[in-house]
Design a protein around this ligand. Structure first.
Ligand code: ATP
Ligand code: MG
Length: 271
């Protein structure tokens, strides 16, 4: 029996080459910023190796499963969320080959009651591996968002992620520079700890949109650790405003692609 599946308008994976550059932090805050603007947003934690969205969003209870074994995503802060973290103990590790990862991505997309969504943001593991490949094979992607810190080592690897999506015929919606300028909360001095402006230059050189800079700020880490990302808990702070500005540019890129006729059809996932 085939099950009538939800309609998802825009599928947007958040990717990076290097680990630890802020994909999960960016995914959560962008999802909340899009939702603040009135959109219905789902957030899928596809980082099966190190799922961190349950912590960042302060989720302690797993999803309900219906009699028909369909998974109801967890509703948190107005978002619909699914994560591998819901299905494993904290000290367990996922040691899977490609086919298992592929199956899990299929389940997360096809066996979850997402309902009608404007955006499904997908927090990816770092790099260019099986999860990224499976995702692009399973579902038409509106466009990927690439997160990078400003320094060359991160940007060089970010280019590999960009090259991968291009090879898989998935568009790139743009690149975000995270952990950009640091402003000392005590003296106001600005410091470019990881450099600054590198992602903008890379975007220009590669001919992809630059979606903006997010500063390196303690409040971003603290609010994520507390389960209430900064866009939710301190929406008027400079850090939250930076995320909101990035979300606006992201939505503009999605609309621009639509007006240029480069739409991906709404996705109906059935298995
Ligand atoms: N702009 C920022 N300012 C301060 N801290 C940040 C910022 N962005 C991310 N962090 C912190 O840096 C750490 C790594 O961020 P995060 O987990 O989002 O990265 P990631 O790219 O998802 O990592 P992984 O590759 O392991 O999935 C976290 O502790 C997070 O709170
Ligand atoms: Mg992460």
């Amino acid at each position: 029996m085939s099950i009538q599946a939800p309609t998802i308008k825009h599928v947007i994976p958040v990717a990076s080459g290097k680990g630890g550059v802020g994909k999960s932090t960016v995914s959560a805050n962008l999802a909340l910023a899009l939702q603040r603007a009135g959109a219905t947003v789902g957030l899928m934690d596809a980082d099966v190796y190190g799922p961190s969205l349950p912590t960042i969003l302060g989720i302690s209870e797993g999803p309900q499963v219906t009699e028909a074994r369909r998974i109801i995503p967890v509703a948190q802060h107005g978002l619909k969320v699914i994560s591998m973290g819901f299905f494993m103990k904290p000290d367990e590790a996922v040691i899977w080959r490609g086919p298992m990862l592929h199956k899990t991505m299929e389940q997360f997309l096809g066996n979850v009651e997402w309902g009608e969504l404007e955006y499904l943001l997908i927090d990816l593991p770092p790099g260019t591996g099986d999860v990224q490949l499976s995702l692009c094979q399973i579902i038409p992607i509106t466009g990927a968002v690439i997160v990078s810190t400003p320094q060359d080592v991160a940007l060089n690897v970010a280019q590999k992620a960009i090259a991968m999506f291009k090879k898989l015929n998935a568009p790139i919606l743009g690149i975000i520079e995270n952990m950009s300028v640091y402003v000392c909360p005590h003296c106001g001095k600005r410091e470019d700890i990881f450099g600054s402006g590198g992602a903008r230059k890379t975007a220009e050189r590669l001919g992809i949109p630059f979606l903006g800079e997010v500063p390196l700020e303690t409040v971003i880490r603290e609010t994520s650790d507390a389960g209430t990302p900064v866009v939710l808990s301190q929406p008027d702070s400079p850090a939250a405003k930076a995320f909101i500005a990035v979300a606006e540019r992201l939505a503009a890129q999605v609309n621009l692609r639509a007006t240029q006729g480069e739409t991906t059809p709404p996705v109906k996932v059935t298995f």
